[in-house]
Design a protein around this ligand. Structure first.
Ligand code: CU
Length: 137
């Protein structure tokens, strides 16, 4: 009487080897992925705190902010129309997350800066609205 478990055994063993090889390969890749860190961490709820930049009268009211790596800047739209924060120069240039969501009146948007650099930004629909965050190491 041959048990089904016994005949399946070689397959199970091979599947185990394939799975464990994949896990080892994944573990080897993980540190590389962690090192290629994004230049910023975005909190679309705006709950990040830090330095506040009010948006009012079609302008970023503190157009230049200086901070350190690890600091957060939070934009608050106090204007009657929607605006956003769109990084067009510096470490976020060309990043898929460079263009922030549109902020309605009262909305906030927080960005934690993880890499040093000059982050120049505009408001996408009003590119004459300009600002810059200078992040020092
Ligand atoms: Cu705008």
């Amino acid at each position: 009487m041959r048990s089904a478990a016994w005949t399946r055994h070689p397959f199970d063993r091979r599947a185990f080897l394939v799975a464990s090889t994949a896990i080892v390969a994944g573990a080897a890749l993980a540190p590389k992925r962690a090192m290629a860190e994004e230049p910023v961490e975005i909190d679309p709820t705006g709950a990040g705190g830090g330095t506040e930049v009010p948006i009012e009268s079609m302008a970023f009211q503190t157009p230049e902010v200086k901070c350190k790596v690890g600091d957060t800047v939070t934009w608050v739209n106090k204007d009657g129309i929607a605006h956003n924060v769109h990084f067009r120069q510096g470490p976020m240039k060309g990043n898929p997350k460079a263009q922030g969501k549109m902020l309605n009146t009262g909305d906030k948007y927080s960005v934690k800066f993880l890499q040093a650099g000059d982050y120049s930004y505009v408001c996408t629909p009003h590119p004459m609205m300009k600002g810059k965050v200078i992040v020092e190491a």
